[in-house]
Design a protein around this ligand. Structure first.
Ligand SMILES: Nc1ncnc2c1ncn2[C@@H]1O[C@H](COP(=O)(O)OP(=O)(O)OP(=O)(O)O)[C@@H](O)[C@H]1O
Ligand SMILES: [Mg+2]
Length: 252
């Protein structure tokens, strides 16, 4: 103790606490519908650290998807600041944001947005950004990640020739192929049964833990990732209410 302050604890915290992958401060967002203003986000603060799984629960209509769109740069906040690895995302141009998103963020949204006329392999391959790779290398990298998700014998299938769970794994492969620092998953298991949801988590959770990527999952509550959350929030009345805290930075 020095001057009544526990220096060891401060130093420990400073040494161990890593930089957040993303930091959102005082995010506000409202919509105007036929003259009526709807305030959706009313001062959301959120920090997510490398390797951390953050789950945000909230009832339908509370603003979970709006928050995910804002974090991903698909939509902009009315006010507030978003720093992604210290880069103020909201100050980038639309083109810069889109490049940034493709490099740094994996999106796993409820409707998978696979291109219907492309095969599983083409859907995944098209997301690969590494320009130093030959077409052949890209193809084999996409095939490798799909095979890791037990889709090695479905590479040439179109999305409609795959089950919903298989389509979801293609979308997962596409989201993970650039090794993103942050995965945003909005109700990712909303349209699949419990077993498929568990299979999907069996891919995602070890991936996050191994690569020290971070993930923000939004859900109306049933998503089993709640059990894997390092940090759990409730989105209610436009703000995030902590339910389970980050306990030990060393674990990230
Ligand atoms: N483009 C828009 N124009 C007007 N209002 C919108 C728009 N997008 C979202 N909203 C409103 O914002 C609120 C939050 O919507 P959001 O889609 O984020 O909810 P959610 O929490 O994701 O719900 P769910 O669990 O049903 O997916 C809703 O009241 C919705 O009507
Ligand atoms: Mg939603």
């Amino acid at each position: 103790m020095k001057d009544g302050i526990n220096m060891a604890s401060i130093e420990k915290n400073n040494m161990i606490k890593p930089k957040p992958v993303i930091r959102c401060s005082k995010i506000y967002k409202s919509f105007r519908v036929r003259g009526r203003r709807i305030d959706v986000l009313k001062g959301v603060d959120l920090e997510v650290y490398p390797g951390e799984i953050v789950v945000i629960k909230g009832r339908s209509g509370e603003g979970k998807s709006v928050l995910q769109w804002i974090i991903s740069g698909i939509d902009t906040p009315d006010s507030g600041e978003i720093l992604f690895e210290d880069v103020p995302v909201h100050h980038l141009s639309n083109e810069e944001i889109s490049i940034f998103r493709r490099q740094k963020i994996g999106l796993v949204f409820q409707n998978f947005n696979l291109i219907p006329s492309w095969t599983a392999l083409e859907n995944v391959e098209s997301a690969l950004l590494n320009n130093n790779m030959s077409e052949e290398e890209k193809r084999s990298r996409a095939a490798e990640i799909l095979s890791g998700m037990e889709l090695g014998d479905r590479l040439d299938n179109l999305p409609r020739e795959l089950s919903i769970g298989q389509q979801q794994r293609v979308a997962l492969a596409r989201a993970l192929i650039n090794d993103p620092g942050l995965i945003l998953a909005d109700e990712p298991t909303g349209s699949v049964d419990d077993v498929t949801a568990r299979d999907m988590l069996a891919i995602l959770i070890p991936y996050i833990r191994k690569r020290k990527g971070a993930m923000i999952v939004t859900t109306h509550g049933s998503f089993q990732a709640v059990n894997h959350a390092d940090t759990l929030y409730l989105l209610k009345d436009g703000i995030l209410i902590p339910e389970k805290g980050r306990q030990d930075y060393q674990s990230y």
